[in-house]
Structures are given as C-alpha cells and as structure tokens.
Design a binder for this molecule. Sequence first.
Ligand code: NAD
Ligand code: UDX
Length: 467
Amino acid sequence: MTQKIKNICCIGAGYVGGPTMAVIAQKCPEINVTVVDINEKRIAAWNDENVENIPIYEPGLPEVVKEARGRNLFFSTEVDAAIEKAEMIFISVNTPTKTYGIGKGMAADLKWIELCARQIARVSVTDKIVVEKSTLPVRTAEALKSILENTGNGVKFQILSNPEFLAEGTAIEDLMAPDRVLIGGDIDTVEGKEAVQTLVDVYAHWVNRDNILTTNVWSSELSKLTANAFLAQRVSSINALSELCEKTGADVTEVARAIGMDSRIGSKFLKSSVGFGGSCFQKDILNLVYIAKSFGLDEVADYWEQVIIMNDHQKRRFAANIVQTLFNTVSGKKITLLGWAFKKDTNDTRESAAIAVADHLLYEQSNVVIYDPKVTSEQIYTDMVYVNSRSEEENRDLLTVAIDPYEACQNSHAIAILTEWDEFKTYDWQKIYDHMLKPAFVFDGRNILDVKKLEEIGFVVNSIGKN
Ligand code: NAD
Ligand code: UDX
C-alpha cells in the first residue's frame, strides 16, 4: 500500500530545489511543500513580496511561485522543523567538484549531502522517504543509508534516487512536461517498491505514468551522470568540428543541420559555441571520469575526459583568436563582452565560458567591458576572483560592468558575443558600429548574428566554425 504524502520538505533552495518544488506545490495543492536552506539571504529573496525579486531568474517561475507561495509552498530557514514534519524529504543541495584532498578537481564533494543525512537522522522521529534530487555519484545511496541507519533514532528510512533533468532557462517547461521522470529505489523489497510508488503518485498528478520510469537505485544514479556526459559530448563533438570548418571553408551551422536531419543523430545539442558552461556538465563528467578511474577503467575515463579537454580548448582558442585578429595585441584596447551567463534566460554564471574568455583577455592587458541583461556586477566580480590570482580591486580596475549595451560598445575595438541572449539580435548594429573604433570587429561565439548584415554595415565578423 502506498503512503499518502501530506508534507514534503526539500533541503536546498537553489536552481533545482526552488523551481522543482514550486511546480510540485502548484500541481499538488493538497501537499504542503517546504523548501529550506541555510542561506538566509536566499530564503528571504524567495519570500520577497515582489515575486520578480526571487533569487533565480527563470522564465515562468514567478507566476508559479505567485500561485502556490503561502498556500502550500513555503520557504524557510527552519530546517529541523521542516524535516520533522515531512513524510518525504528531497535533498537538493550542491554537489560541486572537490577542491581539496583525494579526488581534488574531479570527484563530487559530498560534504553537504552527508550533513543533510546526519541532520535528517538526528531530527527524525517518524519514518521518512529520503529522495536524492542532487546529482550524485553511483552508489551514494549506500552511504546515505548507512548514515541514516547508524545515527538515527531507530525510525525507518527508504532512499530513492530521483535525478533532475531540467535545464536552466527552460526549467519550468521541462518540469511541466518532462521527457521522463526517473525514480530509482530498492525494488527488491516490498517497502522499497512502496516508496517508489509513493513518489510516482506525486509526479502522476501531472506527468503521464508512461513517462515515469522506475529502476534500481544504481541505474538511476548513473543515468543522470550519463545523460549529462552524452549531452556535453555532442557539444564538444560539434565544437571540435568547428575548428576544422574554419580551416576548410565548411560552415559548422550547415554541417550541424545536415547531420542533425539524420534521425539517428537528431538535431539537438549541435550548436557550436564558445564552449559549454553551467554547473553540471563539467562537474558531472569529471565525476564520471573519477568513478571510472577508481575502478581502474582508464580507457573509459580517458574517453570521457576528452569532452572536457575539447571544451577547454574551445574557450582558449576563442580568446586567442580575438588577440590574434586584433593584430596580436589587445593591450589597452577596449573589448566588449556581450553576455556573461552560461546560456540565455538564466542569471546563473557558474562555469560560464565568458569567465575564461575575460580572464584570458585580462592577462593580455585588455580593457574589458561586460554587459549582461540579467547578471549583477557583484556576481561578475565574484566570478573573476574565483578564477585568477588578481585581487577584487585589480579586477575592478581592469574590468568594467556596463548597464547599457550601447554604452558598453562605445569606443570599443571589438565585441564578443558570449551568451545567446535574444535581445542582442534586436540591437541597432549600425548605431553600435558608428560609435566603435575602426576596423570594428565582432566575434560571435554563439552564431546568433546575421553575418551578412553586419558585414554590409562594415564590421569584420568572426563566427565560430565559419571562415
Ligand atoms: P545551488 O547551489 O543553486 O543550491 C543548493 C542550495 O543548497 C544552496 O542554496 C545551499 O545554501 C543549500 N544547502 C547546502 N547545504 C545545505 C544544508 N546542509 N542545509 C540546508 N541547505 C543547504 O545548486 P543547484 O544548482 O540547485 O544544484 C543542486 C543539485 O542539483 C546539484 O547536485 C546539481 O548537480 C543538481 N542539478 C542541478 C541542475 C541545474 O541546472 N542547476 C540540474 C540538474 C541537477
Ligand atoms: C544541463 C542538462 O541539459 C540538464 O538536463 C541537466 O539537468 C543539467 O545540465 P544546463 O546546464 O542548465 O542543463 O543547460 P544546457 O541547456 O544543457 O546547456 C549547457 C551548456 O551547453 C550551456 O553553456 C549551453 O550554452 C551549451 N550548449 C548547449 C551549446 O554550446 N550548444 C548546444 O547545442 C547546447
């Protein structure tokens, strides 16, 4: 018999916890959903009276929050209270790449996951279903189970894996109509099967049951890493070809279209770019590589590591091409970067290719000016401190954040498009050209601009994968 869930708690009010729980609350009005976080500022922003001020920019999210917040969706810093009350607890905390110790630079740092498990064990006085929503290395559920069972109060825990496949910028669409929902559980036991079914019933409020896939826990955990590795691999594959296109006169957009029409290949994730970013692809592939290596599977590890190597190369060569094209020196030259977020329709900048490009240009002593429609200047300066040894003061001297795109481009030698924001396509490019130094260069790292039109205006245009 499955359990009727009345209270859900989600630990972690980030890019996944926030939108995912908002949608569950909207679709399941009879379930109270409480999202908790230790970050007081973040929770305060989620509770901001003006729903446009929630901490994550995601199209469609304010409307969902507006409908459910205060009704059956709550944001709180009272973690213990929410855990105690819930029958089902989602763990949706960050699992970044380790920056210390064994596995540094590769393995996932499970510090926050373990803290959650210990807290759940300490606080729980009734049986709970604990759901791994964070992306975790295969067999993490085993460690969770051990902590919960050995440090708990004798209550029973069922552990499920329910990885999230939403992409930022389209999170609400992805959550409303997911290609599939994946639930892994201990399907060899009656209790395990019941727990899986209980979570299936939550999703079945709006997702067709045929699209809810149930597997054993290990398949579910590994499928998430695999999905991201496959997606990233496609981007690195087309980016590898983009360099060959530039040498041969082939056009990478035409090549992508031609191969994408083969139904066995498919057209998605074939957009050549300055390099993929985001908090997931690199971290999850490094994690996969680490796991493979730890089993002695060196060929498997090397195969997947190449996806990252190619991506780093793509970012580096984009920046190097700017320097080379600008007569081998950008020292003292104003270069405008349009876009800082790792993709359009998000204010997330984690691992954004723009960070690497800006860093390279600063080493060449360029005067870099950045404009992004959704990213704050604080965030940009914070990102720069993380990637280099310059102090924040030095970064503030060398790098300017503009609030107006036309001003950002004024007296520039070159513009580089680093995020595919739609608004860039609507700019008055003639006006921009008129106020730039000549020759005026555009480096389109996203292939979004009309090259012919720009060239007619007088720009010298460099696009990824075209010569
Ligand atoms: P995030 O950093 O935006 O959010 C994580 C939140 O967890 C933070 O606000 C942090 O303060 C909070 N937290 C950490 N430890 C806590 C604790 N002990 N108690 C309470 N709160 C705590 O991260 P995210 O982007 O939402 O990612 C979360 C997980 O989901 C990661 O494992 C990630 O790999 C996975 N994931 C992310 C995406 C994505 O698009 N961002 C997509 C799919 C899966
Ligand atoms: C990814 C996965 O798509 C999602 O399923 C998972 O849950 C989290 O990780 P996300 O990182 O939010 O989502 O965005 P995604 O659309 O996958 O883009 C990742 C990066 O690849 C971005 O920098 C994007 O610009 C780049 N990209 C994507 C390309 O360069 N070319 C493409 O064709 C597609």
